[in-house]
Design a protein around this ligand. Structure first.
Ligand SMILES: Cc1cc2nc3c(=O)[nH]c(=O)nc-3n(C[C@H](O)[C@H](O)[C@H](O)COP(=O)(O)OP(=O)(O)OC[C@H]3O[C@@H](n4cnc5c(N)ncnc54)[C@H](O)[C@@H]3O)c2cc1C
Length: 289
């Protein structure tokens, strides 16, 4: 398993990176941490002639809190940086905890949040929690920039709405009214395993009433999916084990799992039922976002 030959560019800015991606068109791809792309190249799943490195760009490396806007996370921030960020611990601990559940230390040291999203693997760990927190993304390309909700970025397995010359530059988790959130994952090993099922939940509680809730299911549909019927069912009701168990049953009807080496469709659907209940309980009871 050797890497095929390729040309390698290290641009000095996002602008230059987009220009290179535009210039080389379908021959070129961006590389951030390389933990996905280099594996695919070694396995001959893809053979780009040009790699445009973006992992070193300082403009993609920030994690900052902007009052009135929210927490801004650069796409080139690694999972370990997300896991250890003081700002995220204070504002959105659930995001750091989701990063902690990913891969292993070596992969978390290199792999980036941008790469995790743009790879668009259904089992990816960061999309569910970021969507549950209503995250938006900034996309910059050779012809300009645009912003959209993260949940609209995914088109299918390994497919996003990004054009070839576009990069995600940052994620914004807006200042919201959520009182609790969490991501829980079931993998076949305690650590270093891809999700068989991943469920993120965020809640806005008023006393013991669920004023609002978002439930996002990972690894059980071609793209991360909101369990909107379950979310609607919860609104205005008194929180509790029974309510969340019912929401779990509804959510399990809202996914489209496949059977593969890691689990059957039936098993995954049943795990959605169980994990939705657990995620809602955790989001309500742990008292942090
Ligand atoms: C051993 C191992 C274990 C793993 N475990 C997990 C796990 O538990 N959970 C999980 O979710 N993933 C896991 N992964 C997958 C991978 O590590 C993550 O998806 C990681 O976040 C990818 O980031 P990267 O920076 O390495 O991406 P790269 O490999 O650099 O890029 C991946 C893709 O995204 C594109 N890209 C990268 N950044 C951008 C950007 N800013 N804008 C536009 N396109 C971009 C690239 O062009 C490429 O197509 C694992 C991988 C390995 C090798």
């Amino acid at each position: 398993m050797y890497l095929p030959d390729f040309e390698y560019f290290t641009p000095n800015s996002v602008e230059e990176a987009c220009r290179l991606l535009s210039q080389y068109g379908s021959k070129a791809v961006a590389i951030a941490g390389g933990t996905d792309i280099l594996v695919k190249m070694k396995k001959e799943v893809m053979a780009p002639e040009v790699l445009v490195s973006i992992g070193h760009l300082s403009e993609l490396k920030k994690i900052e809190y902007v009052p009135g806007k929210g927490v801004v996370i650069g796409a080139g921030v690694t999972h370990n940086e997300v896991m250890n960020s003081k700002i995220l611990h204070e504002k959105y601990l659930s995001v750091s905890e989701a990063a902690h559940q990913m891969a292993n230390n070596q992969v978390r040291n290199l792999g980036t949040i941008g790469g995790n999203i743009c790879n668009a693997v259904p089992s990816a760990d960061m999309p569910p929690i970021l969507i549950a927190l209503d995250t938006t993304v900034k996309i910059v390309g050779a012809k300009g920039e645009r912003t959209m909700p993260l949940e609209n970025v995914f088109k299918g397995p390994n497919q996003t709405v990004l054009e070839n010359d576009e990069l995600i530059t940052e994620f914004v988790i807006p200042d919201g009214n959520f009182t609790g959130s969490t991501y829980i994952k079931f993998g076949l090993r305690a650590s270093g395993a891809l999700a068989v099922v991943g469920v993120a939940a965020s809640v806005q509680m008023e006393g013991d009433i669920v004023k609002d809730a978002r439930i996002v299911l990972g690894a059980v549909s071609p793209v991360p999916v909101r369990a909107k019927e379950a979310e609607n069912f919860l609104r205005g009701k008194k929180a509790g084990e029974e309510l969340f168990a019912e929401a779990g049953v509804i959510a399990s009807g809202e996914c489209r799992p496949i059977s593969d080496i890691r689990g059957s469709a039936e098993y995954r659907r049943d795990m959605v039922r169980v994990f939705t209940r657990r995620a809602l309980l955790k989001a309500v009871n742990e008292g942090h976002v």
